[in-house]
Write a protein that binds this ligand. Structure first.
Ligand code: ADP
Ligand code: MG
Length: 618
């Protein structure tokens, strides 16, 4: 058999490329708008006839093209935006593939007029089916205008598969909305069959959203703003009661480029958990800024799919900041608001001024000894007293009394059935505790009078909740405090664990874990300051177990990790040796958004009402 392979002629190759890039009239609108923005236009007019089947006209006041560029731009792989392979990873333009104009010109009749500022006349070019039919000098303003007519004239299959006019125009409007939302600083108009659909003046983002989605939108928007080293996030969410029955108000942008992501959509939806009516979708307009090196836009011809190097981290940031915003604006009608009225505030908190929260920590605790004395030594623990104190304080854990306390006087409970079962060490407390109104029973529960009876608090779970809330609240704003270990902790890790550690290293660092892996050995140099030496190894177990769990509800890594830290922090030796320290704990607990259930959904507070007490004496 003779040779049969040959190169496709340009017009056929372009037509094939067009099959991917130009699916419907809306794709043309998108590509032309993007080109106009890349050309630095400040004002763009879009004029459509018959949902784009008859005419798509896009006029911009951008830089225009030189006479030779005006001819060259219709060649496939002709672009001014990329010249080296490295450029692909520092893209700041919308386009880069050099395919759009070649594709459009292959399947439509295109007339382009363009002029650059340094020329008095511009060029007009008529191109049909990749063939230049006419080119001439014209008088035209600086910038570029495109008229695309008879779309798919030579691709009947595409033309016949176009949907009803209203549907096709809806697609056009969607593309227009995305551009308008990504660039509120641009003047943009959209006209369809002679009637003006949009006339958008440059505006701040909030106003632009309102202009597109209607006057009522303004008081429905809740602002979001967060900034971390890896990603900054700003934008708005729609209050849950205004969630829609469709996904029409879901917008994600990265570096001003609209993109779709079911993964990030999941994060947002999760933040709205329990707040939406059945069948409703949350509304959001979220703008991420990420280092261009850390995303790959070149995944799909239409560029609406983007790969993120740090997608798990970003997932967590999205989830946490939206949850916080919903909480801050008091939008979350959480269970505890209802319960608070029946729980009341403990008596001790009502009668006293708020005291600085104090938790007494046995800073001299030495995990290698079975009995220990306070301040006996820091040796062997790998961290200093100051370090722990500072760490705990900065984590919102209150001030720490490190004065010499008489260890021998503490009354240590030996058998704590519940605590032992859950693996917690016992709490040391002063034996005069039982004589005062707020006291600890069996080293595990605080009992305190409240208006309606008695309130019981599970101490370890309370601590877990306090640590969880404080870290979860603060880690997205700044890395949480970590403490350097004097002797790095070494741990053998499996291939799977190595991958997990590397995949999640950014978020682990943000949470205070710094380590390096050599061969199959993980060397942990720093850990969150709230974790005591003896619990570090346990915290690593928890972490690997947590993040190793396959589904992980799609990536809520932050929750899992903070949970692991909180659990390990709750393992600390605690001396509840003063009434104040108990009150401080109660205080901190009540400052948590959710103080009735621990982050693991275990009950923290239980009450016995006066009625119940009275009933027992019947
Ligand atoms: P890409 O946008 O990927 O570079 P296109 O086929 O969309 O590829 O455009 C090819 C080139 O034509 C662009 O790189 C740009 O230099 C030029 N161009 C296209 N549209 C415009 C415009 N509206 N104004 C100025 N230059 C344009
Ligand atoms: Mg382009």
């Amino acid at each position: 058999m003779s040779d049969i392979i040959k190169l496709l002629p340009a017009n056929i190759a372009n037509q094939i490329a067009a099959g991917e890039v130009i699916q419907r009239p809306a794709s043309v609108v998108k590509e032309l708008l993007e080109n106009a923005i890349d050309a630095g236009a400040m004002a763009i007019d879009v004029n459509i006839k018959d949902a784009g089947k008859t005419l798509i006209q896009v006029v911009d006041n951008g830089n225009g093209m030189s006479p030779s560029d005006a001819l060259f731009c219709f060649q496939r792989h002709a672009t001014s935006k990329v010249s080296t392979a490295e450029d692909l990873f520092s893209l700041t333009t919308k386009g880069f593939r050099g395919e759009a104009l070649a594709s459009i010109a292959a399947i439509a009749h295109v007339e382009m007029k363009t002029r650059i500022a340094s020329n008095d006349v511009g060029q007009a070019i008529l191109i049909e089916g990749s063939e230049i039919k006419r080119k001439e000098d014209v008088v035209c303003p600086i910038g570029t205008s495109f008229e695309v007519k008879n779309l798919f004239y030579n691709v009947p299959a595409r033309r016949n598969f176009l949907k009803r006019e209203s549907t096709e125009f809806k697609h056009i409007q969607d593309e227009f909305d995305r551009i308008a939302l990504a660039h509120p600083d641009l003047y943009l108009t959209l006209t369809h069959n002679g009637s003006e659909i949009y006339n958008l003046h440059p505006a701040v983002l909030r106003k632009r959203i309102v202009n597109i989605f209607g006057v009522n939108s303004n008081d429905r928007l809740v602002p979001i703003e967060e900034s971390t080293e890896i990603v900054s996030l700003k934008g708005f969410i729609l209050k849950p009661e205004h969630a829609r029955k469709t996904r029409g108000a879901q917008f994600l942008f990265v570096n001003n480029r609209f993109f779709k992501s079911s993964f990030f959509n999941h994060a947002v939806t999760k933040a709205f958990d329990g707040l939406l009516k059945q069948g409703a979708f949350p509304g959001y307009f979220l703008y991420l800024s990420v280092d261009t090196q850390k995303i790959d836009v070149n995944v799909h011809p239409t560029k609406t799919e983007i790969k993120f190097e740090e997608e798990k981290f970003i997932y967590s940031i999205l989830l946490s900041s939206i949850k916080q915003a919903l909480g801050k604006y008091n939008i979350a009608p959480t269970l505890e608001f209802e319960q608070e009225t029946s729980f009341d505030i403990p008596h001790t908190m009502r009668s006293k001024h708020t005291v600085e929260p104090t938790i007494h920590i046995d800073t001299g605790f030495n995990p290698f000894k079975t009995t220990s004395r306070p301040n006996s030594a820091n040796s062997g623990t790998g961290k200093t007293k100051e370090n722990i104190t500072k760490g705990i304080e900065e984590q919102g854990f209150g001030s720490v009394d490190t004065s010499n306390s008489d260890w021998e006087n503490f009354y240590t409970i030996e058998e704590e059935s519940d605590n032992i079962k859950e693996g917690y060490p016992p709490i040391n407390m002063d034996d005069t505790m039982e004589n005062i109104s707020t006291f600890i029973v069996k080293g595990s529960y605080i009992i305190t009078p409240s208006k309606s009876g008695l309130m019981m608090i599970h101490v370890r779970r309370a601590i877990e909740q306090i640590v969880y809330s404080s870290i979860h609240r603060s880690f997205i704003i700044k890395p949480i405090d970590s403490q350097k270990l004097l002797f790095p902790l070494e741990r053998e890790v499996s291939i799977n664990e190595i991958n997990l550690w590397n995949e999640n290293s950014s978020i682990l660092k943000q949470l205070g874990y710094h380590g390096e892996i050599k061969d199959n050995l993980l060397k942990v140099n720093s850990v969150p300051a709230v974790i005591q030496e003896e619990s570090i190894s346990n915290s690593l177990d928890e972490i690997f177990q947590g993040i190793g769990f396959k589904e992980l509800e799609k990536g809520d890594i932050a929750h899992t990790l903070v949970l692991a830290i909180a659990k390990s922090a709750a393992m600390k030796k605690i001396n509840m040796n003063t009434n104040e320290s108990i009150q401080a704990l109660i205080n901190q607990l009540f400052q948590c958004e959710n103080h009735t259930y621990s982050p693991r959904n275990k009950k923290i507070i239980e009450t016995i009402t006066l009625d119940e007490i009275q009933y027992k004496f019947k």
